[in-house]
Design a protein around this ligand. Structure first.
Ligand SMILES: [Zn+2]
Length: 69
């Protein structure tokens, strides 16, 4: 049973890793400020055809401003 558990763990980890590197841009989507991704940041998720795009914002003011466009 140990083999089966480790397979699931590896598949899950690689899926999560590739998704992050493709879709997360570490600048504010509204004002373009470079962000510190170690801190909590407001996000918005958008679906563009088959791609999931995650937008980050430096604060909730920027997120709200971006939504209104
Ligand atoms: Zn901003």
């Amino acid at each position: 049973m140990t083999d089966r558990e480790s397979d699931e763990t590896i598949a899950d980890a690689s899926r999560r890793e590739s998704k992050e590197s493709e879709s997360v841009e570490k600048v504010c989507a509204d004002c373009g400020t470079l962000l510190d991704s170690t801190e909590w940041l407001p996000t918005r998720t958008s679906f563009d055809d088959e791609n999931v795009v995650v937008y980050l914002f430096c604060d909730e003011d920027c997120r709200d401003a971006w939504q209104s466009e």
